[in-house]
Design a binder for this molecule. Structure first.
Ligand code: ADP
Ligand code: GLC
Length: 721
């Protein structure tokens, strides 16, 4: 871990001074400095890999310049409401200059408020108004318009909300109806269904207030009326509504597997009779083509912790394939070119995001049965929900917190987290957020308050309860083990399909893989300047270049792997030491080793298709998606038996030919080399058996369907009405 620090660690300390957050903090600010240093490693990792996707990266370049005038940016969102798509264009552009803003944080902040028009007043007494959001929502359908007036009678939340929902997605309409029914039956305190919930729960409505502030113009352009209600599918389980809350999601922003899961699982849940809404930050680095398709859904002001300020929360909506994506807009927090920057920026950012996401649900009057949050960035959601939001409409939802990577926890000193969250003192005890003598751990708090904890494989669920993999939370996890379970990830068969993948030189499927796969190998060799020879054994490695991924093992054995008949292709970005190591090998083994130090989604697809084997020798791996992609493309994985790698790759058995790939257990370079040599032997000596495994892997079910059903069962377990 130590190695990672380098890049991001520096940042943290530097930015500490500039960051707006720091400024406000006064006393707290000082403390931050130290903790930042300590924790820097974990942070560093994320940041490093932060190497945003191809698209994101591209954009970043430009925005960087603009960032200068942050204030103005914020204002736009409001304006945009009218003509959503058109406006968006500008916001993105401006985002860039965050740096400048930070300089005079206090000052800026003030302005944003001002611009927005009447918000200033509201902010003063945020609580009082809050109630109205509900009301507005009611008419959103009708379209914005007389916002102010409406606010007056918050109570009227009247049932309209139901109507609203309908718009976002045509399907919902139908579904909404269903939900209602079951909801009624339930014994729950307050209905979860948006519409009813609002009415019944007056008190709730009020609570919403604290958080929410009057949405000025309650606009609400109907979200692209997608399809008409399709023919009623035959569902075997009752309908449930789920709000996904997380920090990244393909194709908007992705730095690793979390982005894949946030994309694929909601889509699969729609097929499992779920009404799903995904709540994400509206980062400036989201490709413009998506920004342009977002529709303004509303806005309000929200207080945050002990800052004494009222923060703008805009909601931009995008609907695709039955899933509604709601982006939380606030350029003060989301204007950087990367989703992750460093603790000093990220801690306040995700404190804001988690609270704003809940406030937005109240504001939209869309109260889900389940709130499913992901990783430390959204881990405060269950904590806010069971404290500040407990008596608001959304307080009736159950929560599931999924750990995608325990290494990242969101740790900072207690004063700073109190400052940014305003959470009550009892939350900062050892059973919840407190860690050690002076730190607060956002993930730890979420684990304590969530109704269920999941992680992305069965084996990792066991491993994290041990000191070796527990990242210092093993005791806490063992304490909560009764609500912890592992559900392995899958891959989206639409996104990963060698028969239709537009990135490939030649498409193929299980029936003709042996005739066509090698053509992709030749094409990739040409693309990367490698010796073109279909007889070479090509090993791929697609990964964030971090300590987690076992790259020191790879580094140690490359000279022995490069035997003249083997080629290695590395695609990844991350820690400089690894990037430089692979660049060195590219130079040392010209024509046989390719180091693609970049994030390139389509090149990744081509490597999965062209390589014979894919290396995943991870030190720890919660699930791992690259080995799943590889198998689905007929590329045999060579993995370490840990976490999800152990659960998804059955070791090849040379005696009976069973298995999916080549594995080794202990974290040892010699064992990795042995696994690679066993793979080579099968490839060069027993090609017939190798080919059998290729086809077996392509036939293996690594889709989301089975796992999505397990999540649905979990949701039903929490909402047994
Ligand atoms: P992690 O989430 O720990 O990074 P996973 O295996 O779960 O690892 O997911 C990694 C995802 O990111 C996969 O979809 C993989 O194809 C993709 N990926 C990783 N590095 C790159 C890269 N440099 N270019 C393109 N895609 C990448
Ligand atoms: C994390 C883990 C990875 C997992 C992914 C999606 O990034 O490192 O193993 O596949 O999340 O859950």
């Amino acid at each position: 871990m130590a190695q990672k620090k380098a890049p991001s660690a520096k940042k943290s300390s530097t930015e500490a001074k500039t960051a707006p957050a720091a400024v406000k903090n006064t006393a707290a600010a000082a403390k931050k400095a130290e903790p930042a240093e300590k924790k820097s490693e974990p942070v560093a990792e994320k940041n490093a890999p932060a190497a945003p996707k191809p698209e994101a990266v591209a954009e970043k370049a430009k925005p960087a310049a603009k960032k200068a005038e942050p204030v103005p940016v914020k204002t736009e969102p409001v304006a945009q409401k009218s003509e959503p798509s058109a406006k968006k264009a500008e916001p993105t552009a401006r985002k860039a200059e965050p740096a400048a803003k930070k300089a005079e944080p206090a000052a800026k902040k003030a302005e944003p408020v001002t611009k927005k028009a009447e918000p200033a007043a509201k902010n003063a007494e945020p609580a009082p108004k809050k109630a109205e959001p509900a009301a507005k929502k009611a008419e959103p359908v009708t379209k914005k318009a007389e916002p102010a007036a409406k606010n007056a009678e918050p109570a009227p939340k009247k049932t309209k909300p139901a109507a609203k929902k309908a718009k976002p997605v045509a399907k919902k309409t139908a579904s909404a109806a269903k939900k209602t029914a079951p909801a009624e039956e339930k014994v729950k305190p307050v209905t979860e269904n948006p519409a009813p919930a609002a009415e019944e729960t007056k008190p709730a409505a009020e609570q919403a207030a604290p958080v929410t502030e009057e949405p000025k113009t309650v606009v609400t352009e109907p979200v692209q009326p997608k399809e008409e209600a399709p023919m009623e599918p035959q569902y075997t389980t009752p309908r449930r509504s789920i709000a996904f809350i997380g920090s990244e999601c393909h194709p908007f922003v992705k730095t690793g597997g979390l982005g894949d899961v946030m994309y694929a699982l909601p889509r699969e849940l729609v097929a499992e009779n779920c009404d799903v809404r995904v709540i994400l930050p509206r980062y400036a680095c989201i490709p413009q083509k998506y920004q342009d398709q977002m529709v303004y859904r509303g806005e309000f002001y929200m207080d945050l912790g002990l800052t004494g300020r009222s923060y703008y929360v805009g909601i931009m909506e995008y609907v695709h394939d039955g899933v509604v994506y709601d982006f939380i807009d606030n350029q003060e927090f989301f204007s950087a070119g990367n989703p992750y920057i460093g603790l000093v920026d990220d801690i306040p950012k995700y404190c804001f995001f988690s609270k704003a996401a809940l406030a937005a649900l109240n504001y939209m009057n869309w109260i889900p049965d389940i709130i499913h949050c992901h990783d430390w960035q959204a881990a405060l959601v269950p904590v806010y929900l069971r404290t500040m939001f407990q008596n608001s409409p959304v307080g009736h939802a159950k929560t599931v917190l999924t750990i995608h990577n325990l290494r990242f926890q969101g740790i900072y000193n207690i004063p700073t987290l109190k400052y940014w969250t305003g959470l009550p003192d009892e939350v900062f005890n050892m059973g919840a957020m407190k860690q050690g003598y002076e730190d607060a751990n956002m993930l730890k708090g979420g684990l304590a308050y969530a109704d269920r904890i999941t992680t992305v494989s069965y084996t990792y669920a066991q491993e994290i309860q041990t000191a070796e993999y527990g990242e210092k939370l093993e005791d806490h996890l063992r304490y909560h083990s009764d609500k912890l379970r592992g559900i392995v990830n899958g891959i989206d068969y639409g996104m990963w399909n060698p028969a239709t993948d537009p990135a490939l030189a030649v498409n193929y499927d299980i029936t003709n893989v042996l005739e066509h796969k090698w053509q992709n190998k030749l094409a990739l060799q040409q693309e990367l300047g490698l010796v073109q020879d279909q007889g070479k054994f090509v090993i791929g490695l697609i990964s964030r270049l971090t300590n987690q991924k076992g790259l020191d093992l790879v580094n140690a054995i490359i000279p022995q792997v490069m035997d003249g008949n083997t080629q290695v292709v590395v695609l990844g970005t991350g820690d400089k030491e690894y990037e430089d190591t692979f660049r060195y090998y590219e130079d040392a083994y010209k024509g046989m080793f390719s180091a693609c130090i970049q994030y390139d989604e389509s090149r990744a697809h081509r490597i999965y298709a062209a390589a014979d084997a894919l290396l995943v020798p991870s030190r720890f791996e919660p699930c791992g998606l690259t080995q799943l992609n590889a198998m689905h493309y007929g590329t045999l994985p060579i993995v370490r038996e840990t976490g999800g790698l152990k659960d998804t790759v059955q070791p090849y058995n040379i005696f009976n030919g069973d298995g999916n790939g080549f594995t080794f257990d202990r974290y040892d370079a010699g064992l990795l080399l042995d696994a690679i040599n066993r793979a080579k032997t099968e490839y060069f000596v027993n090609r017939y058996h190798w080919d059998e495994v290729v086809q077996r892997d392509m036939a293996k079910d690594v889709s989301w369907s089975n796992s999505a059903r397990q999540y649905k069962d979990l949701y039903l377990e929490l909402t047994p009405w």
